[in-house]
Design a protein around this ligand. Structure first.
Ligand code: MRU
Length: 365
């Protein structure tokens, strides 16, 4: 997708120096476009943990490049395996909820522990493959999700209002996004859409990042407070909810950014379809219930302080009484019964075990 008319991915290998991977540092969006160089396992681990990169598909790909750095850093012979295994553990622990992270690291680890010639090169190639596959997955989610929006438009003959939470856009992925891919596909086809963008406290991924990318692509949108969605739904202002996922279990429970569950409840109460853009890399068949998913708890400063632009400078200001404790649960679980459908790269399926097993079997061949 484009920023200021220039095409970007969120992560790329420096063409002139293959020991450097570059990322868009999302902490400064939308006010500053900062490109950061990463060139070690520790750099990648920190970038994931501190959310310079974020969004389930993107942290998976970033970690895959991290494993490439592990191979470059590893001493020879026996120690090499130990070093790479410890790098894998470190990267996986950076953020616990999105399964894409462990999924990508495990794939790299398997390759690394096998007998391959020129390990760094093999891991680099595999990271690039994972990146390209991630782009393709999102593109397909756009193609499969488009008819849902088209159908609402055909019936309504007016602008389709879509509510989204957090940022499951191209900036959370490599390109296109998951939840946003059908929105971009509809907009590009000339279907009038308008997106209600939940601000998504505490880190405001909606207000800062989703709004930024929709704005850059010319998609009409309005930022709303996290609590406004239910009211809009009651007043016929939302035709569909479309969100991403960090991990969806075997029975279709959807874990996503904190607050998603409340949107699903409100959508259910108002008979509004609730769809999830879910690449199969976010589906974890090893877990049954969503309540088995580890929910990341982050530091209290993210809740107590708020960041914005003041006189041209990005500043953080204290919001709460200085000594009030704060809790920061980063994700919640929407039970499958509230999910109308999952839009995967292989098509739309119900949030049900048999459908999920069928759709993910496409990955076996
Ligand atoms: O904590 P974040 O910003 O990494 O959380 C991101 C989300 O919850 C997204 O909705 C999810 O990763 C899907 S991204 C396509």
């Amino acid at each position: 997708m484009k920023i200021n008319g220039e095409h970007y991915h969120t992560i790329w290998l420096n063409e002139n120096d293959h020991s450097v991977v570059q990322i868009i540092d999302q902490r400064f969006l939308p006010h500053k476009l900062v490109v950061e160089d990463l060139n070690s396992v520790d750099d990648v681990e920190r970038a994931i943990r501190e959310m310079h990169v974020r969004g389930a598909p993107l942290i998976g790909v970033a970690a895959a490049y991290g494993m490439y750095f592990a191979a470059l850093e590893a001493p020879h012979a026996v120690e090499r395996e130990k070093y790479i295994e410890s790098a894998a553990r470190k990267l996986k622990a950076a953020r616990p909820t999105a399964v894409n992270l462990a999924w990508a690291v495990e794939q790299q680890l398997k390759l690394a522990l096998g007998k391959v010639e020129n390990l760094p090169n093999s891991l680099l190639k595999n990271a690039e493959r994972l990146k390209n596959e991630s782009i393709e997955r999102c593109k397909k989610i756009g193609e499969f999700g488009l008819p849902l929006i088209e159908a609402i438009y055909k019936e309504k003959k007016q602008t389709v209002n879509i509510l989204t939470h957090c940022n499951a856009g191209w900036i959370a992925c490599i390109d296109h996004g998951t939840a946003t891919a059908p929105m971009y596909a509809a907009h590009n086809k000339g279907i009038p859409i308008h997106v209600w963008v939940d601000e998504t406290r505490p880190r405001n991924q909606g207000a800062r990042i989703t709004a930024f990318e929709l704005q850059e692509h010319g998609v009409p949108h309005t930022v709303i407070t996290d609590n406004a969605g239910g009211h809009l739904m009651q007043h016929g202002q939302v035709d569909m909810v479309l969100v991403g996922t960090d991990r969806t279990t075997r029975i279709g429970d959807v874990c996503n950014k904190i607050g998603t569950y409340l949107k699903a409840l409100a959508a259910f109460d108002n008979a509004i379809p609730f769809y999830v853009g879910a690449p199969t890399s976010s589906i974890d068949l090893s877990l049954h219930s969503g309540f088995d998913i580890p929910i990341e708890e982050r530091g209290e400063t993210e809740v107590k302080y708020i960041q914005g632009l003041h006189e041209g400078e990005i500043k953080k200001v204290l919001l709460t009484p200085k000594d009030s404790p704060a809790a920061n649960f980063a994700f919640d679980v929407t039970p499958a019964k509230y999910v109308t459908g999952l839009i995967t790269e292989y098509g739309i399926c119900k949030a049900k075990e048999e459908d999920l097993l069928k759709i993910t079997s496409n990955n076996d061949g």
